[in-house]
Design a protein around this ligand. Sequence first.
Ligand SMILES: [Zn+2]
Length: 255
Amino acid sequence: MKLIDIFSNDFPVYTHYIMGDNAILSNSSIFRKSYMPITHRELPSEIAKLNDKNIKSLLMFCKRYGDFGYEDNIEEINFSPKIDWIWSHVNTVQFILTLAFHLQQKDERNIKRTIMKYCDYNSTNHKINFSTSVKFKASIKSWSYNEDLSFLAHQILNDIVNENISSVKRIVNMKKDGIFKKTFIFETLFEVTYWLILDAVEKCEIRKCDQCNIPFIINNKRQKFCPKLEFQSESNCALLYRQRKRLEKLEENVD
Ligand SMILES: [Zn+2]
């Protein structure tokens, strides 16, 4: 029997996305492509760059990666990801990516700062997603100041990732020709994102971009900037950094 390990399912991308009634709507009659998001290691940092003041960049994101919820079957064809659900996950991704980076650096001061920032629930409009935040609060409550801070951070990271990948399924598929396929089924882009972060934490592959300061998952050990996107020859941040350095040098020469 031949065995094939297919890591994940494909996600659909349509040509057009608009903001509907508190949700993202796709023009599902025009299909653009399907792709396997698990192979896109830039997903966590691209999600971490989104912010609720810039809806245009959110819609641009959807044009590249599809909307955040996966329309898995015909019954769910009218499912549109609600905007509050999206922002709560964007917040959560920003939080755990930053926390994972500081943990990797063993930077106690910034671990504490990151946890405290997100503890302040009343100061953010879009809190981290609800089921997670209950556990998160419990972890903080049970933590005493004598305990190792990185222990608490690991516990929070575990709780959040586990909670958010709990719906990922693994299926096997036996074809007529005797080929046996094993596949992980992800239903939302966020599940894929948390999975990618978990993998990167395990392999110590999170770094902070020299230009925009957002943590990202590296593709190679020398990488200093956020990864380039599929259609780009160079990453935006690498380009901006070079331009900035050139300008600084020119200004120095003028002085
Ligand atoms: Zn960057």
